[in-house]
Design a protein around this ligand. Structure first.
Ligand SMILES: Cc1cc2nc3c(=O)[nH]c(=O)nc-3n(C[C@H](O)[C@H](O)[C@H](O)COP(=O)(O)OP(=O)(O)OC[C@H]3O[C@@H](n4cnc5c(N)ncnc54)[C@H](O)[C@@H]3O)c2cc1C
Length: 315
């Protein structure tokens, strides 16, 4: 679907003609560094701008997608016909000794983690090294393994979320508590309702900055051994959801696909649930590896692999 001239004119009237960018490459706005152009792009810098952009696109029935850090998506080679609304809502406010409110577009790492550690507040430090905005973190229920040496359980961002300001699917602005999100592993209500996070408030715990930094160094070292360095291997983290506690990576590895390369894309040699861009990969090549992993694992183990990443635009 292409945007009508009338729709485009109405959008620019509300959002400002100087604020709408045309024919913008989306690859550089994703951690995969893959994907064609968006017809239109709007960067929302405040909660009001984000709410206005989404509601205007809804009212005009303009196809739109809300983009955070782009760390859990694959954009198609054909790009996106419609409006990409990039959440760049900033602002980090310490409300009292333990509460911090952050705009939906604030990057949890490094910005929010750095700011809270500098204040001697722990809770977000577990998520060091993971690319995400605040909004994307609530969408995903960001998680990581608890600190070394045990690493016995998974810690989730829901554990420190106090409340969030939303634009709901119905177009209402309201503040909701953590229970609203119905969080689970890689899941929240945001997967099922078209609500938009405008900002979030976290309840943190006072701790020694040096101790928090020590834990962060350990987490980063642990990640470095298993996860791709984004500069060398652009990717979107894990491709498939966990199945009944079995790692999708283990199944793909058992089928002999670890290290398999197709064009510019490859199944990461250290972690088979991650597809990496080895240089110049297309979305089509990544999709080929995703299909191959699904077909092979289904045939050889009987398990169905379900992608956890979001596919955006035309493939
Ligand atoms: C190298 C690497 C390592 C990773 N490791 C981990 C890990 O250890 N643990 C983990 O949990 N994840 C991990 N991930 C996945 C990724 O970091 C998370 O899913 C992250 O939360 C995505 O946030 P984002 O801002 O990039 O969202 P995007 O990828 O931009 O968007 C994802 C979804 O969130 C929605 N969204 C974005 N902002 C909002 C908003 N304001 N309101 C409502 N919906 C919104 C989008 O519309 C989209 O549907 C990793 C990814 C990479 C690339």
């Amino acid at each position: 679907m292409t945007l009508t001239i009338d729709c485009e004119r109405a959008l620019t009237e509300v959002l400002g003609s100087d604020r709408i960018e045309r024919d913008v490459a989306l690859g550089p706005m994703t951690t995969f560094r893959i994907g064609g152009p968006a017809d239109l792009l709007y960067r929302a810098r405040t909660p009001d701008e984000l709410a206005l952009a989404v509601q205007t696109a809804r009212n005009l029935a303009v196809p739109h997608f809300l983009l955070g850090r782009g760390a859990n998506i694959l954009v198609g080679d054909g790009g996106f016909r419609g409006l990409i609304i990039r959440s760049e809502v900033g602002g980090i406010d310490f409300l009292d000794d333990v509460h911090v409110r952050a705009g939906a577009g604030v990057e949890t790492f490094p910005d929010l983690i750095d700011a809270t550690i500098a204040r001697g507040l722990g809770g977000l430090h577990h998520y060091v090294g993971i690319p995400s905005t605040v909004g994307g973190a609530l969408w995903q229920n960001l998680h990581f393994l608890s600190p070394a040496p045990e690493r016995a359980r998974t810690v989730f961002i829901e554990e420190i979320l106090e409340s969030a300001d939303l634009l709901t699917e119905e177009g209402e602005r309201k503040t909701v508590g953590v229970e609203y999100f119905e969080f689970a592993y890689d899941q929240s209500i945001l997967h099922h309702r078209d609500d938009v996070v405008l900002s979030a408030t976290f309840r943190l715990r006072p701790d020694e900055p040096d101790e928090l930094r020590r834990i962060m160094r350990e987490n980063l070292a642990w990640r470095d051994e298993r996860h791709p360095d984004l500069w060398l291997y652009p990717c979107a983290g894990s491709i498939f959801q966990k199945i009944d506690g079995i790692g999708a990576g283990r199944l793909i590895d058992e089928c002999g696909l670890k290290g398999h390369v197709h064009g510019g894309a490859g199944i990461f040699h250290k972690h088979a649930n991650i597809v990496v861009n080895l240089g110049g990969a297309t979305a089509r090549e990544v999709r080929h590896l995703i299909d191959l992993a699904q077909e092979t694992v289904a045939r050889e183990t009987g398990h169905e692999l379900v992608p956890e990443i979001v596919f955006v635009g035309e493939f």
